[in-house]
Design a protein around this ligand. Sequence first.
Ligand code: SF4
Ligand code: SF4
Length: 88
Amino acid sequence: MPVKPPTIIIDYDRCKKCLNCIRACTAFEGVYEKGEDGYPKVVRPEYCVECLICHLVCPSNAITHKNYRETLVLDLSGLPIERYKHIV
Ligand code: SF4
Ligand code: SF4
């Protein structure tokens, strides 16, 4: 059963448009993309593996994750969006 992805919130009042988060996220095709306004957008939250590297590289502490999956297991037989499944 696919797991609901985490909720990823970017505080655009704090964001400096450095785009470190986009460069740092290596989850599949990436969780973020640059929007037309120059700010990062969360476009593929289902790919997030909750490594929190984006938090580390953000100079303004603008990123928040909510609703973590508690336990993950990799199922290579599935499509990318369905690779992570709850086992708890
Ligand atoms: S926590 Fe990791 S996988 Fe998720 S958006 Fe941040 S860098 Fe990408
Ligand atoms: S790393 Fe932080 S400050 Fe830089 S673009 Fe991403 S959210 Fe904005």
